[in-house]
Design a protein around this ligand. Structure first.
Ligand code: SF4
Length: 754
């Protein structure tokens, strides 16, 4: 499945580009810099990019999409008119599977409930040359690690834990669907050149301490915001001693500190993993350019000179950690945790222990946890808490079943769930009499924000390694410390757990009968994509219309938003997520979270034609029906938050013409430009105060729309007076063409059709 020729072509660029970058920058390079310079869109480095400030175009090698976010990314991609994706891409059906009764039943139910979405993703993949991983095949990041990740690669994925592939030496970054669409359509991908955080690992793990504890410790040091705008690079003899999948666990949870991504340099553990997962030729190709696939010695010897921040952790002294509740950066060494539970009056009774997920379901994780479960079985006791196991892929599931580990868990009372996200993303029909009850659970997942797992705001979710989760589930007690405490066996004797023992990779090799992969058609031109016109969840997109070639006159104010207006305020999540693939339906959430400046209420704006107050989407639909365009006015940093393309597509779809703000979050501003919208800022921020509830507007200067030249906005007030203000913009020549064509994809389609 992995494309060795493509990887060799990438590797062939490394020596020349990295040597040129070093010469130009006149310094040794970290691994992060090497990978980024080797993937510049424009070729060899001729510019010094300022970390944390310069926006740079890159050429990623791969795109991966999970089922929930793939829908809109692919609907948009279909607009580009390309016969095939420009870079190797895959779709993974993992997020839509509800965990309830166990793997088999849950998978069957999910296939029925989500049939139209899965069928759509399958047929689009088939048509456009995209690898399709069926429901039950596994969780996107584990499947990518086993099949596609490669040292030195650059990948984007429509999921925040795409970063998992850093465990195999790849820079893998989570993005919104619009970015994935661009790269699949053949456009460059823009990233702010990151700051660099170096984490030096010394010593060696032993006993109960695992890779998970490294990232739990790092999260405690850096907090949930500490990695923002930075790439975390791990190095040192301790890093080299960690298994490849253990490195993946550490990189995976780098998302919890807000890091752009995390990465380890290529080493013998990665080579072993490549060989163990059937990629010996790739291991040889990586060996040949090994020096380019890790940071320069001088950088690792004097990290303070080359990284923006350096952290050092001695693995030999590291204690197992338990993090939480409600935030993954509240880090507790296990020796202090029982006291913290008592001091904070967190529920000490542990109701459920959950292991697995994309973060922690490697062969090593499962065998270490199973070595604890076996001790319970040998002692004739069962877990006091409920206990679930979520394998990360069918390959891992099949192999650990073959080797008897699933049976060990089941004997202890464990339930094996489908190879999918399930409880990790809240797809969990938890058996509970009271959905608001205060209770505790512990998982080996990554996120533990309130309501994340079961929707209950009073569930105290803690995060730990699979072996710690297993031990605590057996004890049924959050205050149990398996390093020091005793449990009672079926003879009434006090027994202490022996330290967990794991096997990095299966002695008899990985195995699988049906991995759940569907290759795309060689020639997809005859593949028909069926979307029912009456579907609630999917809707094919129509290209947005081009600019009419004249100034925009008679625009009405839709809403003047006050204060924070994030992409979540513009396009809310929660129950709306089921309409991600249906632009018309999801547009009914447009700006419903924004606060109306004039009445301080959300989702209540004045319709200037009827004088009545109604919801933002229904008011805008009325304007659209009357053929009238509108303006949305925003405050500072409009559109901050996760890069959600719906937040830019919805106003475009409903006929908003201009978003005028004091300032934009850059990613949202770019997303608006891509959709052919006008994203403008007040030249004088105090002009925000001029906007009144019954205003209409004429936007002038579009026929001479040029970079760095402000547009003029005439504000017509109800009392007959007018104000005329300047509106700034950041459109470059290419982006002005996007506006004129009605969106970036319209331009690509024209180019493809020529
Ligand atoms: S298992 Fe959890 S963290 Fe991993 S991809 Fe699924 S939802 Fe995201």
């Amino acid at each position: 499945m992995f494309d060795l020729e493509m990887i060799k072509a990438v590797y062939s660029r490394f020596p020349e580009r990295i040597t040129a970058a070093k010469k130009h920058l006149n310094k040794p390079l970290s691994l992060t810099e090497k990978i980024l310079y080797a993937h510049l869109w424009v070729g060899n480095a001729t510019t010094v990019y300022e970390r944390g400030n310069s926006y740079v175009d890159f050429a990623p090698d791969r795109v991966a999409m999970q089922d929930a976010t793939a829908q809109m990314a692919l609907l948009q991609f279909m607009q580009a008119g390309r016969p095939k994706v420009a870079v190797p891409s895959t779709v993974h059906c993992d997020h839509l599977i509800l965990a309830k009764d166990g793997a088999k039943q849950d998978l069957a139910t999910s296939m029925e409930v989500n049939k139209e979405v899965f069928d759509f993703l399958s047929s689009v993949s088939d048509k456009y040359g995209i690898g399709f991983w069926k429901p039950g095949a596994g969780i996107i990041h584990q499947v990518v690690l086993e099949n596609y990740a490669f040292p030195g690669g650059l990948m984007i994925g429509t999921d925040s834990h795409t970063v998992n592939a850093g465990g195999l030496g790849m820079l893998a970054i989570g993005v919104g669907g619009a970015d994935a669409c661009d790269v699949m359509a053949g456009l460059p991908w823009e990233l702010k050149f990151p700051k660099l955080i170096g984490v030096k690992l010394t010593g060696k793990l032993s006993g109960w301490t695992s890779s998970k504890d490294v990232i739990l410790k790092v999260a405690g040091i850096l907090t949930v915001k500490g990695g923002t705008g930075a790439i975390v690079e791990y190095f040192g003899e301790g890093a080299e001693s960690l298994s490849c999948t253990g490195k993946g666990t550490i990189c995976n949870m780098g998302a919890e500190i807000g890091a752009t991504t995390s990465v380890f340099g290529y080493d013998s553990k990665m080579s072993d993993y490549l060989k163990g997962t059937g990629r010996s030729e790739l291991a040889s190709a990586s060996d040949e350019i090994a020096d380019y696939l890790t940071g320069d010695k001088e950088v690792y010897q004097n990290p303070e000179k080359y990284f923006d921040q350096v952290i050092e952790i001695n693995l030999s002294e590291l204690e197992p950690h338990i993090n939480g509740p409600f935030t993954p950066d509240m880090a507790w060494p296990i020796s202090q945790f029982a006291q913290a539970v008592k001091d904070n009056q967190w529920p000490a009774e542990l109701e459920v222990g959950l292991i697995g997920s994309c973060t922690n379901s490697s062969y090593e994780d499962i065998t270490r946890a199973a070595s604890i479960a076996k001790q319970a079985n040998d002692s004739g006791i069962k877990a006091k808490s409920e206990f679930t196991i979520t394998p990360g892929s069918e390959q891992v599931r099949y192999t650990v079943e073959r080797d008897g580990y699933l049976e060990t868990f089941e004997k202890m009372g464990g339930v094996v769930l489908a190879n999918a996200c399930g409880p990790c993303i809240g797809q969990w029909a938890r058996h509970s009499s009271d959905p608001n009850r205060k209770n505790s659970i512990i998982t080996s997942f990554n996120r533990n924000f309130a309501k994340r797992n079961d929707g209950n705001p009073n569930t105290h979710a803690f995060v730990a390694s699979p072996e710690i989760v297993t031990a605590l589930a057996i004890a049924g007690d959050l205050t149990f410390n398996p390093l020091t405490d005793y449990f009672t066996n079926n003879k009434g004797e006090k027994v202490k757990f022996a330290e967990p023992l794991g096997i990095e990779m299966p002695i008899n090799g990985y195995a699988v009968e049906d991995a759940g992969y569907q290759s795309p058609a060689v020639d997809g031109s005859n593949v028909v994509i069926n979307v029912s016109p009456t579907s609630n969840r999917l809707q094919l997109l129509e290209p947005f219309s081009a600019w009419e070639g004249q100034d925009l006159k008679g625009l009405k104010l839709l809403i003047k938003a006050k204060g924070k207006c994030t992409t979540d305020h513009i396009s809310m999540a929660g129950p709306w997520l089921k309409f991600r693939g249906h632009l018309d339906n999801i547009s009914n959430n447009m700006l419903i979270g924004a606060i109306n400046y004039f009445n301080e209420q959300p989702d209540k704006v004045k319709n200037q034609f009827t004088g009545e107050y109604g919801s933002v989407p229904s008011t805008q639909r009325d304007y659209k029906a009357r053929g009238i365009g509108s303006i949305v006015v925003g405050d500072e940093n409009y559109g901050e938050g996760s890069s959600r393309e719906h937040a830019a597509m919805e106003p475009r779809f409903l006929g908003v013409r201009v978003i005028l703000t004091k300032s934009f979050a850059r990613i949202h501003e770019t997303n608006l430009k891509k959709q052919g919208m006008l994203a403008l800022t007040f030249a004088d921020k105090s002009s925000y105060d001029l906007i009144q509830e019954d205003d209409s507007f004429n936007l002038l200067g579009l026929t001479t729309f040029t970079p760095n030249k402000p547009l003029r906005l005439v504000i017509n007030h109800k009392n007959g007076t007018t104000d005329t203000i300047n509106c700034n913009h950041t459109y470059n020549g290419q982006q002005i063409e996007w506006f004129k064509a009605g969106g970036a994809l319209n331009i690509i389609r024209k180019q493809v059709l020529v």
